[in-house]
Design a protein around this ligand. Structure first.
Ligand code: AMP
Length: 221
């Protein structure tokens, strides 16, 4: 089963993907996490990607698409995957469709998370991530803080704020790019009949974990 997480930054795509991954065994493939791991290890891919990421821009398709296609050939993805942060443009979605078709597969479910804009910005500013690139756990100092301040519950490494979450210009740019380039994917997948839109908001007391629980129940039926 191939699942795609769609939604602006800070809507909780990583949280929902992580919970579904734990319960289904499908790997969570986050392009942002792969880039950040490469940046912290200063690989050639990381050095190139950082030029775009630090400004809040998209990494070019020539780098991103082969990276995802390669990741999908790993053994853990033989029954499908949860793509978190990819595709982000119609071109990427078309390339993904072609790639999956060549393997006799398709996109089975697109989970589109929607959150009011004021909440999104607040969540990006209060998000903290584990500095251990093999852990990558995500926290929110207001909504789900770690047990010990500044320390990851899962692996004990220090937490930090993502560079692109602390720069108001980069936040603004990422939200603009989402509107312009990524939001057309909602229509694209609606036409394919695979779209499921879910509101995640404090105002209705529905968070990522609630959405994940409902979807896991349905997948396991
Ligand atoms: P994320 O962790 O998903 O917010 O991604 C962090 C950053 O990585 C984004 O702001 C982009 O610069 C880059 N990135 C992640 N996924 C993609 C993608 N599918 N295409 C292009 N750039 C991406």
């Amino acid at each position: 089963m191939n699942i795609i997480m769609l939604g602006a930054q800070g809507t909780g795509k990583g949280t929902v993907a992580g919970l579904i991954s734990e319960q289904t065994g499908l790997p969570q493939i986050s392009t942002g996490d792969i880039f950040r791991k490469n940046i912290s290890e200063k690989t050639p891919l990381g050095i190139e990607a950082d030029k775009y990421i630090s400004k809040g821009n998209l990494v070019p398709d020539e780098i991103t698409v082969p990276m995802v296609e390669d990741r999908l050939t790993w053994d853990d993805a033989k029954n499908g995957a949860i793509l978190d942060g990819f595709p982000r443009t119609i071109e990427q979605a078309e390339k993904l469709d072609e790639y999956l078709k060549s393997k006799g597969e398709k996109v089975d479910l697109v989970i589109n998370l929607v959150t009011p804009k004021e909440e999104i910005i607040d969540r990006m500013l209060t998000r903290r991530v584990c500095t251990n690139p093999d852990c990558k756990a995500t926290y929110n100092i207001k909504l789900h803080p770690p047990i010990k301040e500044g320390i990851c519950d899962k692996c004990g490494s220090p937490l930090k704020q993502r560079a692109d979450d602390s720069d108001p210009e980069a936040i603004k740019r990422r939200l603009e790019i989402y509107e312009e380039k990524t939001s057309p994917l909602v229509e694209f997948y609606k036409k394919q009949g695979v779209l499921r839109t879910e509101t995640v908001s404090l105002s209705i007391n529905r968070m990522g974990k609630d959405v994940a629980a409902d979807i896991i129940k349905e997948i396991k039926k």
